[in-house]
Write a protein that binds this ligand. Structure first.
Ligand code: SAM
Ligand code: SF4
Length: 330
């Protein structure tokens, strides 16, 4: 699948639910209205669609959400998709999770063929953790991480950098992650969806600033590592670990975008920051053979936008798109 800008699309991110057991302040408002369950694709439909994408050239699948591990019976989807690894066309099956259910599921994820997971964790302070996630339990995430380690999963921590919230803690978080063998990726707040009483201008911390702060304590060596994602990586000389920066606001990397995003209702978004989308659910349900779905996917790829237009400043602090990050899973 090649888009009009010559970019090869080989990575599909699948949001399997818009629901979550947390209410992170940058992601959701406290009172969210979620989709009625009847609108969701079944796990079998998700499996069928993912299989079609893999036949069309997707080699990497990331299961995300909302919180993917809260969806009932989600391990059956992981087991099914795991069958596409090792010669079935898929090179990597992975997941992004808030970690709250990892203590229950890490072993099953590993057994299904998942090797690496992303766990979102913005602070090491349990009180701050509660303030950021509103509903999260820090100790459960720590248990989940320990279970993931024991199951042999390679962990990357994702932390959203927030002005005045965790900015003073980021050097210590880096040390903590690298001491455990976890990579750390820092993310800029993106203006997606209304988040209640918090404004983006209050939350937004440019990572160019964070990088300067970290460089005062650590030696950051640029490395050319390209994981097919928007993160740019450095090696930290003192720890030997890797640190990534996802900077959609201060530096846009859309020119190398290789991904599209499927929601739990079967809507395919061609860009995280634009509204261009195609409904694959109707065509999937209307046809038992896959050709019509394949045609719809090709038409969608042909309409992939060039890039997002995220801006956060005094004039622009409302959402760039109305949907929340939990719809497309980041
Ligand atoms: N619930 C899972 C989790 O938190 O890892 C998966 C879904 S969550 C939407 C995926 C990632 O998006 C998380 O790392 C989260 O921190 C990030 N995220 C959510 N809203 C964001 C926003 N407005 N700007 C930047 N990152 C955001
Ligand atoms: Fe839930 Fe993840 Fe959004 Fe936090 S970032 S509210 S854990 S979906």
């Amino acid at each position: 699948m090649i888009d009009p800008f010559g970019r090869l699309v080989s990575y599909l991110r699948v949001s399997v639910t818009d629901r979550c057991d947390f209410r992170c302040v940058y992601c959701m408002s406290e009172n969210m209205t979620f989709l009625p369950k009847k609108d969701l694709l079944s796990l079998e439909e998700l499996q069928r669609l993912c299989g079609i994408f893999v036949r069309l050239g997707v080699t990497k699948l990331r299961i995300t959400g909302g919180e993917p591990l809260v969806r009932r019976d989600i391990m059956s989807l992981f087991r099914g998709l795991g069958g596409l690894l090792d010669g079935g066309g898929l090179d990597e099956l992975t997941v992004t999770t808030n970690g709250s259910m990892l203590d229950r599921h890490a072993g099953d994820l590993a057994a299904a063929g998942v090797r690496r997971i992303n766990v979102s964790l913005d602070t090491l302070d349990p009180e701050k953790f509660l303030a950021i996630t509103r509903w999260g339990r820090f100790d459960r995430v720590m248990n989940g991480l320990a279970t993931a380690d024991a199951a042999g999963l390679k962990v990357k921590i994702n932390a959203v950098a927030m002005k005045g919230v965790n900015e003073d803690e980021l050097p210590d978080m880096l040390a903590w992650c690298h001491a455990r063998g976890y990579d750390l990726t820092l993310i800029e707040v993106m203006p997606m969806g209304e988040v209640g009483d918090h404004t983006r201008l209050d939350q937004y911390l440019p990572l160019s600033q964070v990088r300067r702060q970290l460089a005062a304590r650590y030696t950051l060596e640029d490395i050319p590592l390209n994981t097919g994602g928007p993160a740019r990586y450095v090696r930290v000389a003192e720890t030997g670990g890797r640190l990534g920066f996802i900077t959609p606001l201060t530096h846009n990397f859309c020119e190398s975008c290789n991904r599209v995003r499927l929601t739990c209702t079967g809507t395919l978004y061609m860009c995280l920051g634009q509204d261009d989308a195609v409904d694959l659910r109707a065509v999937l349900r209307a046809h038992d053979d896959d050709q019509a779905v394949i045609d719809a996917i090709h038409a969608a790829i042909a309409a992939k936008p060039k890039g997002h237009d995220f801006v956060i400043d005094r004039q622009h602090h409302g959402p760039a798109v109305a949907r929340h990050m939990s719809v497309t899973g980041g």
